[in-house]
Design a protein around this ligand. Sequence first.
Ligand code: NAD
Length: 260
Amino acid sequence: MKLKNKVCIVTGAASGLGRGIAHTFAREGGKVVIADLKLAAAQATADEIIKAGGTAMAVGMDVTSEEQVNAGVAAVVAAYGGVDVLVSNAGIQIVHPIEEFPFSEWKKMLAIHLDGAFLTTKACVPHMQKSGKGGAIIYMGSVHSKEASKLKTAYVTAKHGLIGLCKTIAKEGGEYGIRANVICPGYVRTPLVDKQIPEQAAELGISEDDVIKKVMLKDTVDGEFTTIEDVAEVALLFAGFETNALTGQSLVVSHGWFMQ
Ligand code: NAD
């Protein structure tokens, strides 16, 4: 039980990677908060965890809204007494070549990935300071925090930006035992990726099978997708690591697509 009674907020936890991380944290004894734009789906994830014997609550939260983030974190503190772990994971993908990228969609991407990470961090840090126990902040980056791909200007920019945020929070958090790290997954079959496959096929004029083999997995060592479980294990490592020895880092989990 690496997270016994730790209060863990996971944004975007109604689906995909966030949902997998929430289940893993609950199995390790965490009190897990499923924070998501989609409240009904968030409640469904919380219900699954409770049914499996874990502790969880759902919170409706648009991570781009300061008001909703602050209200959500306040509700968590009222229910569970504090915050020990934040996983800033909510995200979307929008792909276009730069010359066709609508400015409104660029701003939406940066708002969800960067404003969301900033606002949730800002709301949680005071509680981690106050408890005297510090905490763990985990940002969901991507191989695109390190590498670029065509059509992904907004995503690559936002995911690189998380590394800067992480390093700064690691420095500011040091004296309080607040650690910040980034997970950088390769492609994982979640709804976010399943939606991209036909979109990229259309944009690049190739088959969906070729998008998987020749674009998404072409640089991996074995042609395999990273899994939700792989990413959840890394999240658990960062969440359960109790000292400042491991802070300000980014760990790539990508079947060797990107090597440091
Ligand atoms: P997903 O679509 O399965 O889940 C994303 C969740 O975020 C959804 O439940 C959605 O409702 C929620 N969300 C979206 N906008 C939100 C907002 N404004 N406020 C609150 N919640 C919001 O996607 P996923 O693949 O699980 O992606 C999760 C994170 O992992 C994202 O940050 C993504 O960029 C990152 N990532 C994914 C992959 C991959 O291959 N799937 C790889 C690297 C990084």
